[in-house]
Design a protein around this ligand. Sequence first.
Ligand SMILES: Nc1ncnc2c1ncn2[C@@H]1O[C@H](COP(=O)(O)OP(=O)(O)OP(=O)(O)O)[C@@H](O)[C@H]1O
Ligand SMILES: Nc1nc(=O)c2ncn([C@H]3C[C@H](O)[C@@H](CO)O3)c2[nH]1
Length: 251
Amino acid sequence: MNGSPKIRRVSIEGNIAVGKSTFARLLQNAGEDWEVIQEPVSKWQNVEDATSQVGPETAGPAQTVSNLLQMMYQEPQRWSYTFQTFSCMSRMRTQLQPPPPRLLQSTATPVQVYERSVYSDRYIFALNMFELGCINPTEWAVYQNWHSFLVEEFGHRIQLEGIIYLRAPPETCMERLMKRGREEEQGVKLDYLEKLHTQHENWLLHKTTKVHFDHLSQVPVLVLDAGVEFEKDPEVQTGLISQVKSFFSGL
Ligand SMILES: Nc1ncnc2c1ncn2[C@@H]1O[C@H](COP(=O)(O)OP(=O)(O)OP(=O)(O)O)[C@@H](O)[C@H]1O
Ligand SMILES: Nc1nc(=O)c2ncn([C@H]3C[C@H](O)[C@@H](CO)O3)c2[nH]1
């Protein structure tokens, strides 16, 4: 024991546009001992040329070579596997980030909160793309092989102590997606959100998705009703935060 408090790691999971970033901002403002780490979407929209990042002397300004998020939505059969390798790698990096000093000095319950995780990468998105035929059986076998290897190798460094599942009807997510108007998502249809909703329900509610890591099947899940308007309603926000506080203190 080095005297530092045990830092809990929690991911926020939920369908596209359910309100994870909005909720994450709420958490960031609510708890001094909580650090929220956003999903690295801009990294997927701006894939950088690795040759411009070789070393401090040779490094020039990073050059964007492509928007992989857009490519994945436009041509899913061609780009889904590539997308999942990149998204999963960026999530690994995120989950391996050391906590900031203020969390290490905390006397309360310090928590690192991630927007999605290496687990939703596999058990929501990659699985869904495989079931839709956008990832072929060979790609799926290869993905699962390296995913299991990395999760086992990194072990406790990327394990979660809790999951918050923001749950809302796919129709609500569709409305919010359209309201947000992210350009790459303009072709997303309701049936895609319905499929993703079912994947979330199977993994986090019914627990029927086969997972391959013992620790993951034991992780406590807090299910929150994200169908309600919480963005501008302080009373609803207070209710949600108090559920989160008691969830965190039990981890
Ligand atoms: N509870 C809510 N009620 C009404 N609108 C909301 C609510 N939460 C978020 N929104 C709105 O819905 C849109 C999507 O929210 P947000 O970007 O937080 O979703 P997300 O889950 O982080 O999306 P993604 O899956 O793409 O990461 C935004 O325009 C946001 O303002
Ligand atoms: N195919 C696919 N695999 C993923 O792991 C994944 N993670 C997020 N997304 C999409 C959802 C939003 O449009 C946008 C931001 O969340 O990126 C993904 N799409």
